[in-house]
Design a protein around this ligand. Sequence first.
Ligand code: ADP
Length: 399
Amino acid sequence: MTFPRIGVIGGGQLARMLAPAAEALGIRFSVLAETADAPATQVISEVTVGDYTDFATLKAFAETVDVVTFDHEHVPPEHLRALAEAGHAIRPGPQALIFAQDKILMRRRMDDLGLPNPAWAEITSRSDIEGFAERVGYPFILKTPRGGYDGKGVRVIDDVDEAAAWLDEVGQLLAEEKVDFTRELAVMVGRSPMGQTAVWPVVETWQQDGVCKEAIAPAPGLAAEKATEITEAILKVAGALEVTGVMAMELFETPEGFLINEFAMRPHNTGHWTQDGAVTSQFEQHLRAVLDLPLGSPAAREDVSAMVNVLGAEHEDLYHPYLHVMAHDPAVKVHLYGKGVRPGRKVGHVNAYGQDVDLVLARARHAADYIAGVDPDPHPKLPSPADLDANANSATDPA
Ligand code: ADP
C-alpha cells in the first residue's frame, strides 16, 4: 500500500467533510479529535481523542501519519514549529499558519506586501487606544489578535473606557478602522508544496452577527478587473507565505476597491459551495494540495451557486424537516454536521445552484431556514416559477 496517510488535527465539520474526498481518492485519513463525539469521529474510523495543545499528544499523532493538516487554527505555534523541526510534514507549515493565527502579525505582513489593509494599530495601552481614536474616530473595531472565530473576539468600540476595560482583561488588542464596506467578499486558493495554485471564483458573503450565513458564487456584479485584482492578491499572499493546502481570504469591498479582512488556512465556510458547484471541491483540493498532487480544476460547474448555513434556531430535530425540504426542491443539497443544536451554532449548510441568482439564493435560504426552524418572515417570499415567468413577461412586454 503506497497510498499516504493524512492526519487531521481537529474533529469538527471541516475534518468530517474531508472524509468523502479522502474516500474517493483512496487516501487514508485519521483524526485527532477533541472529544469522542466530535462531528468527524462519526464518519471516520481512525480517531484519536486527545488534546491538541499538548505536545506529546501531537507528536504521537504525527508519528502515525505522513502529512499533518488541520481543521482549525488553534494548535500552539511553538508546537507546530517543533513538529516541523522534527521532520514531520506540517501543511500548511507554521511559517504560513502564524498569519492566520495572529491578526497583528497578519496586518504587518500585508502592509509589507503592499496589499490593502484597513487602518490598524497594535494596542497595548490606554494611550494607544486614545491615539487610534484620534486617527480614525469612533466607532472603531477592536479584536483579540489570537483565538477569535465566528465574530467572537470582535467588538465595535464607542468609548475609551470600554476599550481600556477589555485591554485590561486580555493585554493586547488589534484596533481597526470600522470599514464602511459595500459588501463582504471571499476568495480561496489551493497551493501545493511544488507551487502549483488554483483559485476559485470570488464569492459574495454575508455575516449575521459576525457568523457567516451566506455565500454566492460568483459574487454578483463584481467587475472583472476587481476579480482579477483579488485573484492576484491571494496568489501573492499564498506564494509569499508558501501556503500549502487551501486558504481563504476574506475581504471588504469598498467603492475604491477592496481591503483585506483575514485569512484561514484550511477549508472554509465560504468555500462550501464548491462541494456541489465546482469541478473540484475545496475538500478534495486540500487533500491534493497537502499531498503535493497536481491540483484539480477550480472552475464553477454552474452559472450561480449559493450556500446558506443552517444555524441552530427553533428545531432540535433537524431530520423531520427533510420531508418538506426534499419534496419541495429536489435539487437542493443538504450537508449536516452531526452536531447538537444550540442557538446560532453552525450545524449544517445547504447548497443550491442554477441560473438566476435571486431564485438560487431564495431556494437555499428556504431550505436552510426550514431545517433550522428560523422564522421565515425576514426573508423574501420564495419566487415561484409562475412569478418568474410573469416578471420575464412584464420586462419584455412594453405594454
Ligand atoms: P472572526 O475571526 O471571528 O471571523 P473577523 O475579523 O472576520 O472575525 O470579523 C467578523 C466580522 O466582523 C466580519 O466578517 C465583519 O462583518 C465584521 N468586521 C470585522 N472587522 C471589521 C472592520 N475592520 N470593519 C467593519 N467590520 C468588520
